[in-house]
Ligand binder design. Structure first.
Ligand SMILES: [Zn+2]
Length: 98
């Protein structure tokens, strides 16, 4: 049976499929990106944070604390998909200890 629509699938599509099979990290990142894209109609500060989060997804650093490099717990990312720091570092950023 022959594929009728457009012959070969695009290179990007093929690459995405290969990645999908190789690592579920990629699938997870895609899910997270979808989650972020679903967050529409926020104020501009959040849009900036969202943009930064998308860039971090693109370069593979999404979900890692900007400060200490630890991975941010999934529960925290669910509550705040644009979180840039782990709870510890966020607390310190908000309440610097003298
Ligand atoms: Zn941290």
């Amino acid at each position: 049976m022959r594929r009728q629509r457009g012959g070969a699938i695009s290179r990007a599509e093929a690459a995405a499929e290969a990645r999908d099979q190789e690592s579920d990290d990629w699938a997870k990142a895609t899910e997270e990106r979808d989650l972020l894209i679903g967050l529409e109609e926020r104020d501009s500060a959040e849009l900036v944070a969202l943009d930064a989060a998308l860039l971090r997804i693109a370069d593979g650093s999404y979900g890692l604390c900007l400060q200490c490099g630890a991975s941010i717990p999934a529960a925290r990312l669910h509550a705040q998909p644009t979180a840039e720091r782990c709870v510890n570092c966020q607390t310190q950023a908000e309440h610097p200890a003298g």
